[in-house]
Design a protein around this ligand. Sequence first.
Ligand code: ATP
Length: 312
Amino acid sequence: MKEIITVNGLEKNYKDKKVIQGMSFEVKCGEILCFLGPNGAGKSTIINILTGTLSYDKGDIRYAGEKLKKNDKHFKQNIGVVPQDIALYEDLSAEQNLKFFASLYGLKGQELKERVIKSLEFSGLLNRGKEKVNTFSGGMKRRLNIACAIAHQPQILIMDEPTVGIDPQSRKHILESVKKMKEEGMTIIYTTHYMEEVEEISTRILIMDQGNIIATGTKESLKEQIINSKKYSIEVDDCHKVNIDSFYQIEGVKEVSIKGNKLEITTLVSVENLDKLIGKLIDDGIRINHLTYQSESLETVFLNLTGRNLEN
Ligand SMILES: Nc1ncnc2c1ncn2[C@@H]1O[C@H](COP(=O)(O)OP(=O)(O)OP(=O)(O)O)[C@@H](O)[C@H]1O
């Protein structure tokens, strides 16, 4: 995949506070690049710098190989921006909002009419086009906000936490739309602190923390690189019969503990030892009632990288 945006050594400071600390990354044509990071990681700062609404102190940004100028018209024509806060005219109808935003990009006449209808259709609001925005739910406003950003058919869509505080149905609609836009060839930059969204839509992930990129890759490669242990939770009939020390003799076992009637075993991903763990319990005359395996998640990736949870 060809690179469409490249960012090199980007820095942003607020007085003495470094909020972006020399970040370098590229955005590839046709990908859904997700910036995943906790509140305050610097996601919005990066988005605002990319979209030209915020200045930066060091580094450079290139679009299709060319260094971006201040207020670069060519770049602005080719991007669509969905800001974190909804930016719509509440007293205008959905259709009027779309017309206004699309006309800023030079659309007019028949083309404008067609694009307004297509964008309303895309956002699932075709039958609400004549209604004023102030009668819409939060989720509908979010969907219209996205429609306004894509009405001029940008090459790159930049979305800053577009699903915060909305109903599950609208969230589902937005995530499906993002996947559809990718299928149609759009490049998408998407920031979020919801790892399940990243699991669902990303083709590549940049994990951010405190103004730095701390890991990059697909969800599969990140899990493979970073998570080296897995956890079994085994519900047994009588925990008192469990001899914890003896489990440490099994290859791969890193940690064993008892919580209530559950035996929790953390073991290396690289060692297949489930048969031995179960064998030991059976040999000791302990009955297994239930066994669960904690699936590897991006939350675990973040926890392994930083020692903290993503969502607090
Ligand atoms: N105008 C400002 N003055 C000083 N510090 C700021 C300013 N704007 C943002 N920051 C700080 O920059 C850091 C990054 O903020 P940013 O909004 O980019 O994070 P974020 O990852 O987008 O988080 P959120 O999900 O909460 O929006 C934070 O520590 C924030 O407090």
